[in-house]
Design a protein around this ligand. Sequence first.
Ligand code: GSH
Length: 225
Amino acid sequence: MGEEGVKLYGNILSPFVLRVEWALQLKGIKYEYVNEDLSNKSPQLLQYNPVHKMVPVLVHNGKPIAESAVIVEYIDEAWSDLYPLLPSNPYQKATTRFWAKFVEEKCLHGSFDVLSRVGEEQLKAVKEMQESLKTLEGHLEEKKFFGGETIGFVDIIAGWMPSWLGMIEEIIGIKIINEEDLPLISAWIKDLLDHNMVKETMPPQEKVMAHMRAIRENVLSAMSA
Ligand SMILES: N[C@@H](CCC(=O)N[C@@H](CS)C(=O)NCC(=O)O)C(=O)O
C-alpha cells in the first residue's frame, strides 16, 4: 500500500501518540504531523474523532482511525510488507494482544493510581504496580524486547514506561522499579532507551514532567475540594 496522505494528529506530550509515531518510524512510513492544542482542539480533530475527541488520530488517504492500539494494528496490516509489528501466527498474535491488553489495563491504569494517590493508598498502588511488572517480566523471558530481537507491538504499547515511570518515581519520591526485583524489566528499559528511534522521538522530558506534576496536582485538589 502507498504512503500517500498519511497524517498524524497528535500532541507532543501524549504517550499514546508516541505509540503511533514509533509504528510509523519503525516501518519507515513518511507522515505529516499535526500538533493539536488540546485546550483548543481543531475542527479537523473533532471531525475525525467525534466520539472521544482525543489524539492520536491517523488519517490515511482521507480516512480517520482513532485509538492508539487500533491505529498501530492498522498500520501493521496496511503496510504488512514492511517491518512486522505483530506475529503472523494466529496463536502468537493472540498472545501478543493479550500482553498488550495487560500493559494497558494493569500497568498503565496502575501507574495512574500511583501518580494520583497519597499515603497508604499510594503504597498499595505501588505494590500492585510492582506485582504487575513482575508478571509482565515473566513474558519478557530472556528476550531483549517483547518482540524478540526487535521492537514489537507490546514494546510499542508499553513504550511510555521507561521514561514515564522514572518521572513518576521522581514526582512521588518512591522507587517503583528496583533492579534486583525486576532485572529483566530493568534491562528492557535500558535497551529501549538506548534505541536510536526511541531517542529521536522522545518528547522533551522537562515538559512531560511538568505535565505529569500538573495531572497529580489537579487530581489531588479535586479530591480535597
Ligand atoms: N485510549 C486512547 C487515549 C488517548 C488519550 O488519552 N489522549 C489524550 C492525550 S494523552 C487526549 O487527547 N486528551 C484530550 C482530552 O481528553 O480532551 C488511545 O489509546 O488513543
